[in-house]
Design a protein around this ligand. Structure first.
Ligand SMILES: [Zn+2]
Ligand SMILES: [Zn+2]
Length: 191
C-alpha cells in the first residue's frame, strides 16, 4: 500500500510505501512552528502542532518534480528541513547525514484518506503548544524513539540507507544546497 503526497501547486509528488509501518506524531516544538511560518504554509493545527510521519528514507519515492526540493536549516546545527521551491510546501525533515537514515514527513501534503497514515501515536514538545487541543504532557515518546532506533539499524544493516531521495552518491551530499536562515528571519518566523 502506497500513500500519495503532493505539494500545493501539484508540480511535486512523492509516494510512501507501507505508511502504517511508520510512527505518526504531532510535534509542537518552536522550530516545527517556525518552519511553515517562514514558508507561508498553513499546516499547523490549532495548538501549533505539526502532523508528522516518521519512516525510513527508502520508503519515500519522488514521482514528479524532485528538482523542486529545497533545503532549509533554521540554524547552522538545525535539522534539515525540506520543502518545495515551486510553492513552499513543507515536505520532510531529515538528519544531516544520509548515514543516519531518518525522515519525518509532513502529513499535511498527504492526498488520500487520513486513516492510510495510521493513528497518531505520539505527542512531542507539548510544552511549546500554542493553543488548546494538545495533551498536557508528552506522550508515546519511548515507543517513538525505539521505532526510530530499530528503523535506523535495519536500514544500516541492509544497506537500504542508500535508497534515499534526499542525498546522492558518491559523497552522499544533500540533493539541494542547504540554506541557513539569518537570525532576523528566524526571529520573524517565531510566533
Ligand atoms: Zn508546488
Ligand atoms: Zn518539532
Amino acid at each position: 500500500m502506497n500513500a500519495r503526497f503532493a505539494c500545493t501547486c501539484g508540480a511535486t509528488e512523492w509516494h510512501v510505501s507501507a505508511p502504517r509501518r511508520g510512527t505518526r506524531l504531532i510535534c509542537y516544538c518552536a522550530d516545527c512552528q517556525s518552519f511553515p511560518r517562514h514558508l507561508g504554509a498553513d499546516i499547523l493545527n490549532e495548538a501549533g502542532g505539526t502532523d508528522l510521519l516518521q519512516v525510513a528514507p527508502s520508503q519515500v519515492t519522488f514521482t514528479r518534480g524532485i528538482g523542486n526540493l529545497g533545503l532549509l536549516r533554521l540554524s547552522p546545527q538545525g535539522l534539515s528541513r525540506w520543502h518545495t521551491t515551486c510553492c513552499g510546501t513543507p515536505v520532510a525533515n531529515t538528519l544531516k547525514s544520509a548515514k543516519l537514515p531518518f525522515v519525518s514527513l509532513s502529513c499535511a501534503a498527504h492526498q488520500g484518506e487520513d486513516k492510510l497514515l495510521g493513528p497518531v501515536r505520539a505527542h512531542a514538545n507539548t510544552v511549546w503548544a500554542s493553543g488548546p487541543g494538545a495533551p498536557r504532557k508528552d506522550r508515546g515518546l519511548g515507543r517513538m524513539v525505539l521505532a526510530f532506533g530499530q528503523r535506523l539499524l535495519a536500514e544500516r544493516l541492509s544497506g537500504r540507507w542508500q535508497q534515499t531521495p534526499f542525498f546522492a552518491p558518491p559523497d552522499w551530499a544533500p540533493v539541494a544546497e542547504p540554506q541557513i536562515l539569518s537570525k532576523q528571519a528566524r526571529l520573524r518566523a517565531r510566533a
